[in-house]
Ligand binder design. Structure first.
Ligand code: AMP
Ligand code: FES
Ligand code: ZN
Ligand code: ZN
Length: 358
């Protein structure tokens, strides 16, 4: 097996590109793919300050490393989700990466800072863990970017993630999500006339721009990138996501990809090039009037935002251990942790079908 560029010994074969690469040329390939994604979708302008959301897994650590290699000014933030050993190891990996390179890493701990964690939230709301997890991550990452005055937030979503979310949204014809599934979400400026206390001043940013510079790389490639760059990442996947729909869609797409290399890429980039515009939201947003949450000032279409409603519902409960809410393997009987749910409170707001941040 020879490198397609230098004919030296190759360390990886990329069937979808019909090419093998040595370590140096594979690392260059990864950088080139990120440059291409950033340019193609106008993700980041030179000189902008970037906040990367770091989970401690291969994608977000590879992303942080790649953006630094490409010369961007990037700081990190990580959220301790309280998912047992998995979260402890994830946070430690993020801290170790930042410490070794002397980088700035902001930290939020759901239990310490907000008095809940994801297993407890899942048990109390009686919804899949990814629902409260995705909502918490979106809210806290956006907040950190606005408070820290970063120009843009970067997340480690890769081609496998985006193709799987697209697959799920097509399977269920979630046209409202299809219109928003892009590698860049534009920033949003607050309503002109919202004068409520705690709210954003008229004309200020209420949502930061969010970008996914790894959309041209698969998870196999980001893992290989980390190994070759000596980046220690948490290999274990989230135990609460085990067997969820998102993972099943990934498996289905991997089966197609194995038979037709390049199919996954064609599916996702074909959608962006030829179909995404057809599902674009109405120019006025079509999401109802956005105003400031009466509690925290974040943008919302209701009186109080979904995150504050989640907080109301899930704080003040004894922590529920992850083992009690962890999904069982397919085919086994369902089991739910029993925790008392305060009366008169409904479940949290609407989510993407997978519960994953998009
Ligand atoms: P996931 O939703 O777990 O697929 O993660 C998608 C992206 O969200 C990751 O690549 C990270 O950029 C970000 N992310 C996930 N978990 C965390 C976390 N605990 N703290 C900060 N960012 C996260
Ligand atoms: Fe969110 Fe697993 S990381 S539920
Ligand atoms: Zn080479
Ligand atoms: Zn709020």
């Amino acid at each position: 097996m020879k490198c397609a560029v230098c004919r030296g010994p190759a360390v990886i074969d990329l069937r979808r590109h019909n090419a093998n690469f040595c370590a140096d040329h594979f690392l260059k390939f990864c950088r080139d793919q990120v440059v291409r994604a950033i340019d193609e979708y106008d993700m980041i302008e030179p000189g902008e300050r970037v906040l990367v959301a770091v989970s401690g897994g291969k994608d977000s650590l590879a992303l942080w490393d790649l953006l630094l290699e490409l010369g961007y000014e990037v700081e990190g933030m990580t959220i301790g989700l309280g998912i047992g050993d998995y979260s402890t190891a994830s946070t430690e990996a993020a801290i170790a990466f930042a410490a070794r390179r002397n980088l700035t890493l902001g930290r939020i701990d759901l239990r310490g800072d907000y008095d809940y964690d994801i297993p407890t939230a899942a048990a109390v709301t009686r919804r899949v863990p990814c629902s409260s997890c995705g909502l918490s991550k979106r809210h806290l990452i956006d907040r950190a970017a606005l408070d820290g005055d970063y120009d843009v937030v970067a997340t480690g979503h890769n081609l496998d993630d985006e193709a799987a979310v697209l697959f799920g949204n097509v399977l269920h014809w979630h046209t409202e999500y299809l219109g928003r599934q892009r590698p860049v979400l534009a920033e949003r400026i607050g309503p002109e006339h919202d004068t409520r206390s705690g709210g954003a001043e008229a004309g200020t940013r209420v949502f930061p721009r969010k970008v996914k510079p790894l959309v041209r790389l698969t998870e196999r490639e980001t893992a290989a990138y980390c190994v070759l760059r000596g980046i220690d990442y948490v290999v274990e996947e989230c135990p609460m996501a085990e067997g969820n729909r998102h993972l099943r869609y990934k498996e289905a797409l991997n089966a197609v990809e194995a038979a037709s290399p390049g199919a996954k890429q064609a599916f996702y980039f074909g959608f962006l090039a030829r179909a995404a515009d057809r599902f674009a939201p109405e120019p006025d947003g079509g999401d109802g009037e956005v105003r400031s949450c009466a509690r925290c000032g974040s943008p919302t279409t209701g009186e109080v935002c979904a995150f504050c409603r989640l907080i109301d519902q899930v704080t003040g409960h004894d922590p529920v251990p992850v083992e009690l809410v962890r999904p069982r393997r397919r085919g086994s009987r369902r089991r739910r942790a029993r925790t008392k749910r305060p009366s008169g409170q409904s479940a949290t707001g609407a989510q993407n079908s997978t519960g994953f941040a998009t």
